[in-house]
Design a protein around this ligand. Structure first.
Ligand code: 3UK
Length: 537
């Protein structure tokens, strides 16, 4: 396939072919996709939408902006012209994007990809040090950055290849919008190969140097054809909203790619803490929401305000959805939930279930297009009901840019997500823990999330995190860190009550022998509990 990348950096840093996962394209749509040699996913999602007659439909919306598909196309084309004509972008160059979720960020993502650039979206909260690692690793030459976030990026770019920056909302000669105003709303898309890299997603890894996952133009379209078509089944009348940043593939898919694929609109909130997300759902009459289990738990307190409202689909991912949270949400709002496990490596969700087909305690079944199995340490499938390592393959998969850890994530052609799961006879996959979060106490295997789930069903518990703490006698003991709801005392009586509650809910040997109260739990920007930081306490 003729690559359009003049700058061959991403192609040069792909993992060796024999370390790629085996890719599967099942069914007529994915087969047709696999057969296409040239493909630009931004052209596919945007130019094609307007050509299809969706030009006047609302596309990206915020509290201050309401762009149709035609508007987003015009803005993206202007961004592409600025990149190519003013900033000297050559296809294959990496372009760092740094902004909260806004319509302009959507235009930047599309503009970069239309111009054959490789988008590298980054989380707004990253600091100079973290940005520098990304700039060095991806050899970033260009950046489009929200002017309010200029400080860390300016500092991080010193002495790196990053030499071209335009500021969104800036006022100087290097402001993006004033440059855009000087350019045409027409742009001739770069005819990239389906297997040219469209964007790099850095893992929200809790330890070690961040890894860059490489996603082709084809991968973007493959993701649109799987989970959204088979599980979410949204339509052009849907209004998407949610909290994950566009720099997190959960947010990129859920809040940009998937709504555009069906001609729907998406509400981009620069800040989406639980109260702001709840307000946004109400004021924009959103029908589809993407957020984390923790956020649903927090919103449930005011869930009555959403009852009988616009919401139809509530999607939870990023962390295991505790059965208690699903139930709390149903009681508060009357709404079911779609749980789904996805990963940065696989781009989006590969095991999931509709609200109707969900089973309490299970994530769901393999999404059509993906195959999943539970394997032992040698990669051999284990019988149903037995805990092992989750292995997945399908039309997307892990490609770490120049990273030895590729051999850990991909083995025997399967993606190993690092999760312990078991499958039941109906093909539902049940989450146990991260493989390295399994607690072994007196020879018993105990998954931390199962204990958290039990604790969370107690009325006094707002949030909790469970780890294995070293113990001379038992090897490890179950230790719980608990954030109490307001009005509950942090005393011995509460410790006893929580322990008794767990013993009465799950097998008594799983109860937390140690309980410590905290004001808040350590979390990543994507909302994941950082168990390693609990271990360090
Ligand atoms: C965990 C879950 C149980 C699991 C993601 C949807 O989370 C995403 O990507 P990350 O790379 O993390 C992947 C890991 O997170 N996980 C995610 N969802 C669930 N565990 N139940 C779930 N529903 O350990 C997985 O290996 O940050 C999620 C879509 C795109 C994503 N990138």
């Amino acid at each position: 396939m003729p690559s359009a990348h003049v700058d061959t950096f991403t192609a040069d840093h792909l993992p060796p072919r024999d370390q790629w996962p085996e890719m599967i394209f099942e069914g007529p749509e994915l087969q047709a996709l696999a057969a296409r040699e040239q493909l630009n996913c931004a052209a596919e999602l945007l130019d094609a939408a307007v050509a299809r007659g969706w030009g006047d439909r609302p596309c990206v919306v915020s509290d201050t902006v309401r762009w149709t598909y035609a508007d987003l196309l015009a803005q993206s084309n202007r961004v592409a012209n600025v990149l190519v004509q003013d900033m000297g972008l050559v296809p294959g160059n990496r372009v760092l994007l740094r902004s909260p979720n806004t319509p302009m960020m959507a235009a930047c993502w599309m503009g970069v990809v239309k111009a054959g650039g490789v988008a590298v979206p980054t989380m707004p909260l990253l600091r100079e040090r973290e940005l520098r690692v990304i700039i060095d690793k991806a050899q970033i030459s260009h950046a489009l950055c929200d002017a309010r976030l200029s400080e860390a990026l300016t500092a991080a770019s010193a002495g790196t290849p990053l030499h071209q920056i335009r500021w969104v909302g800036g006022t100087g000669t290097d402001a993006l919008e004033s440059a855009m105003a000087r350019h045409s709303t027409d742009f001739c898309n770069i005819d990239t190969a389906a297997t040219d890299t469209a964007f790099l997603a850095f893992t929200s890894g809790t330890t070690g140097v961040p890894k860059a996952t490489m996603h082709f133009h084809r991968d973007v379209m493959a993701a649109c054809l799987c989970w959204p078509s088979h599980v979410l089944r949204a339509t052009a009348d849907d209004v998407f909203i949610g909290s994950p940043p566009l720099a997190f593939t959960f947010g990129l898919g859920g809040l940009l790619l998937f709504p555009m694929h069906v001609g729907a609109s998406t509400v981009l909130l620069p800040q989406a803490s639980p109260p702001l997300l709840l307000e946004g759902i109400r004021s924009h009459r959103a029908t589809v929401v993407f957020t984390s289990p923790t956020s649903y738990r927090a919103m449930a307190a005011r869930g009555a305000e959403l009852r009988g409202g616009s919401l139809r689909h509530c999607v939870s991912a990023g962390e295991a959805l505790p059965a208690a949270t699903r139930e709390l949400w149903r009681q508060a709002t009357g709404l079911g939930m779609i749980d789904g496990i996805g990963s940065t490596e696989l781009l989006h969700i590969f095991i999931s279930a509709t609200a109707q087909e969900s089973r309490p305690g299970a994530t769901g079944r393999a999404v059509p297009g993906y195959h999943a199995q539970v394997v032992d340490d040698a990669g051999q499938p284990v019988p149903d009901d037995q805990v092992g390592r989750l292995a997945v393959r399908g039309p997307t998969g892990c490609r770490y840019m120049a990273d030895e850890r590729q051999r850990q994530y991909v083995q025997h052609g399967w993606n190993l997500t690092g999760d312990a799961y078991w499958r039941d006879a109906q093909g539902y996959f049940h989450y146990v823990s991260r493989t390295d979060d399994m607690i072994v106490s007196s020879g018993y295997n105990i998954g931390a999330p199962e204990v958290e789930d039990a604790l969370m069903a107690h009325a006094a518990v707002a949030e909790c995190g469970v780890i294995g703490a070293p113990d001379d006698e038992r090897g490890q003991i179950v230790k719980a860190y608990v954030v109490l709801r307001p009005g509950h005392a942090r005393d011995e009586g509460m410790v006893q009550a929580l322990q008794d509650h767990v013993k009465a809910t799950i097998a008594p040997y799983k109860y937390p022998r140690a309980v410590q109260f905290l004001d808040a739990l350590p979390r990543t920007e994507t909302g994941k509990l950082q168990r390693f930081r609990l271990r360090d306490l």
